[in-house]
Ligand binder design. Sequence first.
Ligand code: CA
Length: 230
Amino acid sequence: MRVLLIEDEHKLAAFLKRALEEESYTVDVAYDGETGLMMTQQHIYDAIILDIMLPKLDGFALLSRLRTQGDTTPVIVLTARGAPEERVMGLDLGADDYLPKPFHLEELLARLRSVLRRSSPEKAVRLQCGDLLLDTRSRTAYRAGREIPLTPREYSLLEYLMRHKNQTLSRSLILYHVWSNMDIDSNIVDVYIKRLREKIEIPNAPQLIQTVRGSGYRLRDPQPSEEPHT
Ligand code: CA
C-alpha cells in the first residue's frame, strides 16, 4: 500500500512517515501542495493524507483539482481543530474522511485502514476515456462495447494512461510505472504504445493515444465540445 502524505510541518511529516512505514505502508512525502499534486500525477497511490494549510497550493485547491481530474484516490484531510467549516468543505470537495489536528496516531491509522477497506473493493473499478472502458477488477478493456484482448503488460500500460488521461507522460515515467525498471531501453514504450494503438484505436474515430513530440504520450479524452459541429 502506497500512501502520499502532504504535510508542510516537517517534524509531523517525519513522525507520520516513520509510523506508517512501521505499519508496512510505503510513504512518499510532499511538503507543499504543488509538489503533492505533481506526485499524484506521477504515481498511483492507495491513499492520500492531506493537510489543509499548505504553501503554494492549499489542501482544498489540491483536492478539488484531483477530483476534477477524475482521480478517485481516497483522501483523508487533516483539518484544524474547531474549524467545522474545513471539515464540511473537505467532504464537499470529495474527501473520504477528515481528522482534526492534533490527533492520535492510532486514530489516523484506523481511519486509513477504514478508507482503504472501503475503497479497495471498488476503487476505480471502471475507468473511462470516451468510449474506451477499463474494468480494473477483471482487468478487461472495452472499446465501443467490444472487449479488447490485452496482454498483462498492455493492460498495465493502458491502465496507467487511463488513470492519468489528458496528461502528457514521458517515456521514462511510463517505464518507471509500468515496467518498474529504468534500466531498460525506453524504445520498449514506443513498441507497446504501437501495439496498444493497433488494438484500441478505431478508424475514423478520434485518436485516443496521442504522441506529444519531444515529451511522450497522452491519452486524450475526446470532449463533446471538441467534436466538429455539423
Ligand atoms: Ca500545514
